[in-house]
Design a protein around this ligand. Structure first.
Ligand code: GGG
Length: 353
């Protein structure tokens, strides 16, 4: 009987509410295929930071390194600056385990009210491929003359040839594996002088190895407009760390709720554990009320099973989400219903059977 060892970091806010639901759903789906889990919980969070001055212990990465995967809720809470919560936990994990691909599928499900009136389920079904370890998410830079009227702040972005090529190549491969074989690349090469024209050039160069993939290159500003106006146009969308992050919030917002969206931080070579989390953050405004939507966390769990070599478990979980949404009986508030986190989780688990 396969036994998977999963590190669980619920984190902050609604992360603590959605992760237990995700675990229950994974256990129900795993049972059908004789898969067992060892869940090892780590209480690393902004609360831990308040108590200890660190989001995770000094040997945190070492502690995670023997696991098959990491299942994370959310980080960030009032009182801890946002850059501390990201740089103290999420980003060091992504970097230490070279999780350079961030996969964020975007899909409009039947039963979920769509804010774009003319769009139907099937119209929106694309994949954002986000570069996950370099780019604009950089700690290189500094401040001089702090607090004076001469204050100067410098923030560097990092675009390596290796880092740029490997994410673009991954995105081409994803596009090639799909029916539409269509890749869209997001940059801002008319405004950002060095890194973005470099990225554009690498897309053109690397595209030569994928003649069957149709390529579009857009500036990020008009691309966001196209996301809203014609989301059906997109299949695989690749962008830098920052642009990918923005597009993968905007995409699911166009499908009715960001809370359904999952995020897979992948080390494709499987040398290190990959990490799975919902796209959404800790949502302090609704934390503790039992009303958070757990579907992004459950879908992230499904992606974890796909990555670990259990596509059947992935499919069972996704079918259960689809079926629950289709009936539109048990929806959380973000989807126009009044069900709570537990009720929606139980409906998915009942569907799993
Ligand atoms: N679900 C993880 C989480 O808390 N996300 C909030 C966030 O700000 N993430 C930034 C990122 O994905 O880079």
């Amino acid at each position: 009987m396969p036994r998977l060892k999963i590190a669980v970091i619920p984190g902050d806010g609604i992360g603590k509410e959605v992760i237990p639901v995700g675990i229950k759903a994974l256990e129900a789906a795993g049972r059908q295929f004789g898969i067992d889990f060892d869940w090892v919980h780590f209480d690393w969070s902004c609360e831990t930071y308040h108590r200890t001055g660190r989001m995770m212990p000094e040997d945190g990465i070492e502690q995670l390194s023997g696991f098959d995967a990491i299942y994370l809720g959310a980080v960030g809470y009032p009182g801890v600056p946002d850059h501390i919560s990201l740089w103290g936990l999420l980003l060091p994990i992504r970097r230490a385990f070279d999780q350079y691909v961030n996969l964020r599928p975007v899909r409009l499900f039947e039963g979920v009210p769509c804010p774009l009136a003319s769009k139907q389920p099937g119209d929106i079904d694309f994949l954002v491929v986000r570069e996950n370890v370099e780019g604009e998410y950089s700690s290189i830079g500094g401040i001089q003359y702090e607090g004076t009227e001469h204050e100067v702040v410098v923030q560097q972005s990092i675009f390596t040839r290796r880092g740029t090529d490997r994410i673009i190549d991954y995105a081409f491969k994803m596009a090639q594996s799909r029916t539409a074989k269509h890749l869209t690349s997001a940059t801002k090469s008319n405004g950002i002088y060095h890194s973005m024209p470099f990225w554009d050039k690498r897309v053109q160069e690397m595209g030569k190895a994928y003649p069957d993939v149709r390529v579009d290159q857009y500036h990020i500003d008009i691309l966001t407009a196209h996301f809203v106006r014609m989301p059906e146009h997109f299949d695989v969308v690749v962008g830098s760390n920052l642009f990918g992050d923005i597009l993968s919030d905007l995409g699911p917002a166009c499908t009715g709720t960001i809370a359904i969206a999952p995020s897979a931080n992948i080390n494709p070579e499987k040398q290190f554990p990959s990490m799975f989390e919902p796209v959404h953050g800790s949502a302090p405004d609704i934390a503790g009320q039992g009303i958070a939507n757990p579907l992004g966390t459950i879908w992230a769990g499904a992606m974890m099973m796909q990555h670990l070599g259990y596509p059947d478990v992935h499919d069972v979980l996704l079918r259960a989400i689809e079926n629950v949404l289709r009936t539109a009986q048990t929806l959380t508030r973000d989807m126009g219903g009044n069900a709570g986190t537990e009720a929606l989780g139980n409906a998915v688990i009942a569907e799993i059977g």
